[in-house]
Design a binder for this molecule. Sequence first.
Ligand code: SAJ
Length: 415
Amino acid sequence: MAFEKVSVVGLGYIGLPTAAVIASRGIEVIGIDVSEKAVETINQGKVHIVEPDLDMVVQAAVTMGKLRASLTPEPADAFMIAVPTPFKDGHKPDLSFIQKAAQAIAPVLEKGNLVILESTSPVGATEKLSKWLQELRPELHFPGQTSQEPDMFVAHCPERVLPGRVLEELVSNDRIIGGMSDKCAQKAIELYKTFVRGECISTNARTAEMAKLTENSFRDVNIAFANELSIICDEQKINVWELIALANRHPRVNILSPGPGVGGHCIAVDPWFIVDSAPESARIIRTAREINDSKPQYVINKVEAAADEFKRPVIACMGLAFKPDIDDLRESPALDITCQLADMNVGEILAVEPNIQQLPESLTGKNVELVSLSEALDRANVLLVLVDHKPFKALNINDVNTKVVVDTRGLFAHM
Ligand code: SAJ
């Protein structure tokens, strides 16, 4: 069966680019979102999130009449769910957005439809989705739910794109296609083949769920290794950046970079889903999370000590985003550190973030000023490097040699 109409539920950082790319292949796409503002913006051919080139692709798809956003679901051949899966108290996965998406699409589902879960999910979530849909539409036959031959198809195809390179990676990355049955996987592969150039590899839904969690945990554990090294090196009076560069000359060593902590809504979250499902066995994964989560406090202590050297400390927090050259402040250790420093009253706080025009809500009403890089260099006596944005990388030693520098990204390591 060819896919003539596809519905994407959740028009955020993953759903909107996915919807726009599928529409650009000539397939009719209906995007569903609970936010009136997002729906209105998209229907005007505009975007409500920042991602390179996304505005152009969305505008083209809307102008061609292939992409439309709506608050209410309507019938389609396939439904792709791309909603958030945060954690709640005790780092337990919160599947309520997936459940709400299931409730929203259930009334319009028809025999033969394909339902795909793209959201990063704990093992077993796709089975739960199939069960919820079965309960809502008892006359249909969902995979794994009844003894009858299923007439509905359900699969988990985790998104794996890197923010900042979403449009490219959506097409070029290989995809893991975890079917609730082989038939489900085959059906999902047919859909992904319409826009993915990478390989589509089929497996079962549980393995696909675990594969995505594993990828992000692998990265988290490796960043934790680098962060732990940075603390050991501070104690031993060794330049960690030089150390890592030397060790990485070994043909089988590839250490990642230390930083002020791990941010974003994926790597700092997903490993907890593994820990939650295997609390006794997931020891390295849990410890890595704890190491990365404790890094901001370590940085704050260093800044406090640096500020102590001045009667009137003026601290420039360089970067608020969770990684370089983006405007995304979600779950950002840089923002968290800046916020905490402001609350502690350690001095005057200047925030430098070239990718935003105004301070985020969490910093407004506090003793924090958003300033340009040159103003920060004029006024600050303590420089706290939190993000290695391009304009910061262009600085040279003469710009900073009169300041006390706390450099969490190794920007000045080789000067
Ligand atoms: N970081 C370091 N040191 C490093 C690398 C990263 O401190 O050497 C920090 C970054 O500064 C940032 C955090 O880690 O705060 C995460 O950044 P990232 O670039 O590693 O990853 P994300 O969160 O932008 O995207 C990840 C990607 N996963 C992997 O690379 C395994 C992406 O492919 C996933 O699709 C995405 O998570 C997701 O949505 O799950």
